[in-house]
Write a protein that binds this ligand. Structure first.
Ligand SMILES: Nc1ncnc2c1ncn2[C@@H]1O[C@H](COP(=O)(O)OP(=O)(O)OP(=O)(O)O)[C@@H](O)[C@H]1O
Ligand SMILES: [Mg+2]
Length: 382
């Protein structure tokens, strides 16, 4: 959904949602690149680590596209099969185009021909659509075809797209691709975080989506613009946060958007006019203390080997050779084969990610920056 006017966040460093360009840092080149592709009828694939700002970037991009275009945003993470995909698509359509608009009238009339159950949230009045179908393929294609017949350009953003991989139906990408190809007035913006799955869907020549969208791998926001943004945001609210402190915050959070936002949100809450280094450190410690129960719960979700490996990688911060003798010996991890097995399991669970540095050397890190910092402060020695 693209709200025309944004609510003011309670804190200038929101940790969920998108509140408009005033609270959004940088991403200028990504916004321009993706907007250009979409406006030229091309589809895009936005990939990136968890909590780096993919969803907020999608909202940001949609906000800057021409106002007379149609937009649809759907997050398919909660969907488990094609029928639920259909529900999500129809719900997004009805929510985006109110029945009282001229265009909305056509949308509602069309969706109703598919005979769904439409319910309304008691408080907000927001519509929710559900179908009881054994076969959702045809109605999804019909819905998309309807959009094709609409004479306005549209962008459909599908967040957490890798989810279609876990549907029990095995050829969703094949028929979806065929349906999508017919839509000449519609560009798609696919997004998701499980890089390997998205790679399989879009970069494997044997898959239907192969090369059907231009890929963009989101990175952390550059240090300087993020630093300037943080300092300016404090200044705008009559507070002085010295640039050197913003630097320390960005270093500790590794510049990873969600973690930067969470820590800045906390620091901003302190009733201070001029900040010192001790202030952010106190807030950081508070966040770690509050997260402890949660981190200990992680442990129950992992096997002993997986937990030990996650701890070991956290302690090292970044690991280039997880099967090297030294690393295994220092952290008592058993054999190389055990490490490889645990490593794959942790990557699948999105606890660890694999990336490459400037020299294209592969390394591994734990996704959750607070977890890493908690391990480092709780178990500082090997
Ligand atoms: N450029 C930005 N400037 C300021 N805040 C941002 C920016 N990008 C994202 N955020 C904030 O960071 C938080 C995480 O962003 P978002 O939810 O978009 O990440 P995500 O990559 O979609 O995460 P997930 O992988 O969990 O879906 C949100 O609170 C969002 O408001
Ligand atoms: Mg997201």
């Amino acid at each position: 959904m693209v709200p025309k006017r944004f609510k003011k966040p309670l804190n200038p460093f929101p940790t969920t949602g998108y509140y408009g360009p005033d609270y959004f840092c940088d991403r200028e080149s990504e916004t321009e690149q993706i907007s250009n592709l979409l406006q030229n009828g091309q589809s895009c694939l936005l990939m990136g680590k968890r909590r780096l700002g993919k969803t907020a970037l999608i909202q940001h991009i949609l906000h800057f596209l021409p106002k007379n275009w149609g937009y649809l945003y759907l997050d398919i993470l909660p969907t488990e099969n094609e029928n639920q995909l259909l529900n999500a698509l129809a719900t997004a359509l009805l929510q985006q185009f109110p029945e009282k608009d001229p265009f909305g009238k056509r949308v509602w009339a069309f969706v109703k021909t598919l005979r769904p159950t439409i319910s309304f949230d008691q408080l907000s009045g927001i519509p929710q659509v559900s179908f009881q179908m054994t076969q959702a393929e045809r109605p999804v294609i019909d819905l998309l075809d309807f959009l094709f017949k609409v004479d306005k350009p549209m962008v459909i953003a599908i967040d957490e797209f890798q989810q279609i991989h876990s549907y029990p139906e095995k050829n969703t990408d094949a028929w979806l691709r065929t349906a999508i190809q017919r839509l000449q007035n519609v560009s798609f913006l696919f997004s998701g975080s499980q890089e390997t799955l998205l790679h399989e869907l879009f970069l494997d020549p044997s898959r239907p989506f192969y090369r059907s969208a231009s890929p963009l791998l989101l990175q952390t926001i550059d240090r300087q613009p993020y630093k300037d943004f943080i300092v300016a945001m404090f200044a705008k609210h009559g507070k002085t946060l010295p640039p050197a402190i913003a630097d320390q915050i960005l270093e500790w959070t590794k510049g990873h958007t969600y973690y930067v936002q969470t820590l800045c949100n906390r620091v901003f809450q302190l009733e201070k006019k001029v900040y010192e280094a001790a202030d952010w450190k106190r807030c950081a410690q508070q966040i770690l203390d509050e997260s402890e129960t949660f981190f200990l719960y992680y442990r129950t979700l992992l096997s002993t080997q997986q937990w030990k490996l996650a701890v070991a990688i956290s302690k090292e911060d970044r690991v280039y050779a997880p099967t090297s003798k030294n690393f295994i010996h220092d952290h008592k991890l058993g054999s190389g084969a055990t490490v490889l097995k645990s490593l794959q399991a942790l990557i699948d669970k999105e606890i660890i990610f694999q990336d490459s540095d400037r020299e294209s050397k592969t390394y591994y890190e734990v996704n959750d920056v607070f977890f890493t910092r908690w391990i480092q402060s709780t178990f500082p020695f090997h």
